[in-house]
Design a protein around this ligand. Structure first.
Ligand code: DGL
Length: 265
């Protein structure tokens, strides 16, 4: 099966790497909108415009399913994407909420972008299962991760945002932005240092488990990834290096930018 996966930037790679690991028999096409990242501070209309452009591009590549590997897009543009696409569209939020509900948690945190928090999709979805939640917009995280500023500035931001989850009897924090698993170790260390025993929930794992359930057995059993084609909104050495680190293999990407002239470069 040929599956399209997209995100505003490198976050979706945390979903793609899980897909490659669990469902290696598929062919993947990844789009990272590196020219227009971040999405999390943009108005809903922009998020709808950008994501529908990308979905159309992926359908033109002949994908048979689209995985929206971006919480911000799922929270703001899922209805438009489903209405527009001729192939199934799978998001990262529903499988995550299902997982949290199954754990029997009653009080969880949600770390996400401002656009995801403002949509209240997690808050309402969790409340539907009787789960209380504290949502925190971690507005600097995506820019810091994309700029590879993972030292002091990031530590200050972690304290500022994740401090909101300390001392509140929270059982789990949903990493409600696919960029955040990239800094998972730092987030976990921070909570450990504060003496909190909190599970960090990575939507990638639960989304991929869901996709495994709805795709065929043969694809799960195949030995290695057939092919993954990477399209980035901009391509440079440092980007390819970072993408390779996240994927654990050499990543080479072609450039496609919707802001140039809308044609495939
Ligand atoms: N990875 C996107 C998400 O899951 C990041 C959004 C952004 O670009 O701000 O929300």
């Amino acid at each position: 099966m040929k599956i399209g996966v997209f995100d505003s930037g490198s976050g979706g790679l945390t979903v793609l790497r899980e897909l490659e690991k669990t469902l290696p028999g598929n062919e993947y096409v990844y789009f990272g909108d590196f020219l227009r990242v971040p999405y999390g501070d943009k108005p809903r209309e922009k998020i709808v415009q950008y994501s529908t452009e990308i979905a159309r591009f992926l359908e033109d590549q002949g994908v048979e399913m689209i995985v929206v590997a971006c919480n911000t897009v799922v929270a703001n543009a899922m209805d438009e994407l489903k209405a527009m696409c001729n192939v199934p569209v799978v998001g990262v939020i529903d499988p995550t909420i299902e997982y949290v509900a199954k754990q029997g948690y009653s009080n969880v945190g949600v770390a996400a972008t401002a656009a995801t928090v403002n949509s209240e999709v997690y808050k309402k979805g969790l409340a539907g299962h009787g789960i209380d939640s504290t949502s925190v917009a971690c507005s600097d995280f995506v820019s810091l991760i994309e700029a590879n500023k993972l030292e002091k500035e990031l530590d200050i931001s972690i304290e500022r945002y994740f401090g909101n989850f300390v001392g509140k009897d929270i059982q789990a924090v949903v990493l409600g932005c696919t960029h955040y698993p990239i800094i998972r170790e730092k987030l976990q260390n921070y909570l450990n240092k504060k003496g909190e025993k909190i599970e960090l929930v990575d939507p990638a794992i639960h989304t991929v488990n869901h996709i495994a359930e709805i795709t065929s057995e043969d694809e799960k059993q195949s030995e290695s990834v057939k092919k993954t084609k990477f399209w980035f909104g901009k391509v440079d050495e440092s980007l390819l290096k970072r993408a390779s680190e996240i994927m654990g293999k050499t990543v080479d990407a072609s450039r496609h930018s919707f802001e140039m002239d809308g044609t495939i470069k």
